[in-house]
Design a protein around this ligand. Sequence first.
Ligand SMILES: C=C(OP(=O)(O)O)C(=O)O
Ligand SMILES: O=S([O-])[O-]
Length: 253
Amino acid sequence: MNYNLSQIPERFEKPRQKGLTMVMDKGLSLRQVEDFLEVAGSYTDLVKLGWATSYVTPNLKEKLAIYKSAGIPVYFGGTLFEAFYIRGEVDEYRRVLDQYGMEYAEISDGSVEMNSEVKCEYIRQLSQQVTVLSEVGSKDEAKIIPPYKWIKLMRMELEAGAWKVIGEAREGGNVGLFRSSGEVRQGLVEEILTEIPEESIIWEAPQKSQQVWFVKLVGANVNVGNIAPNEVISLETIRLGLRGDTFDHFLTK
Ligand SMILES: C=C(OP(=O)(O)O)C(=O)O
Ligand SMILES: O=S([O-])[O-]
C-alpha cells in the first residue's frame, strides 16, 4: 500500500481461495488490457472473456498471452460452452480450449435447458482437462429458482468437480441472485451460505450497491465476479472500508 493506515481488514495474498475478484473483459483491446493490468492486475484473480465475445474478439491469442504473462487465469464465459452445447459440438469446444491453451473453463446453463445430471457429467469430463467453474442460475428473469434448488445444484456441481460455483447475475446484475431492480435476493444468499462454504462461491455482483452488500455480509474477502475492469480499484476500497459505503464497517474504535 502507499502509506500506513490502521484498522484495515487483512486481504489474503494471491493465489487465494477467498477474496477473489473476477473481472469481466467484454472486448478490451490489447493496449487496454496492458493498461488495466498496470492498474488492477495485483487486485485481480481471474478474468472472464464475457459470454461468447471470444468468438469475435480480435487478437485473441495475443490477449490470452498478455494475461498469462501477468499470471492471471482467463476463461471464456459460460455462454460459449452453451453455444457449442446447443449445437451438439461440445467435443469441438474441448478442442478450442486445447487450441488456445485454456487452463480454466466455465460450464453454465443460463440460456439453455440442461438436466442437472448432464451438466454434472460435463463438469466431471471437463475437469479432467481444465479447472472448471460452474455457474448456477438462469439468465431468464422470469425463471425464479427457489433457494433449496440453488443449494442442491451448487452442492452437486462442487461434488462433480467444479473448483468454484458462480451465482448468476449477468453483466447488469438484474437476474438470478438479484431482482430486476438490482436488489439482492437476501433470503436466497443467506440460505445458500448456511449450506455451501463461502470460499466455494463466486457471487456475480456488477453493481456497486451489490458489492457493498456482499462485503458487509461476508467480509472484505468475499469472492465477487463480473466486475468491470475500471471498477476493480473502487471494489478494493469497498473491501477495505475506505469508501463511504463501508466506511464504518471495519472500524473497531
Ligand atoms: C455475463 C454474461 O454471460 P456469461 O456468464 O456467459 O459471461 C451475460 O450474458 O451478461
Ligand atoms: O429469497 S429472497 O429474499 O427473494
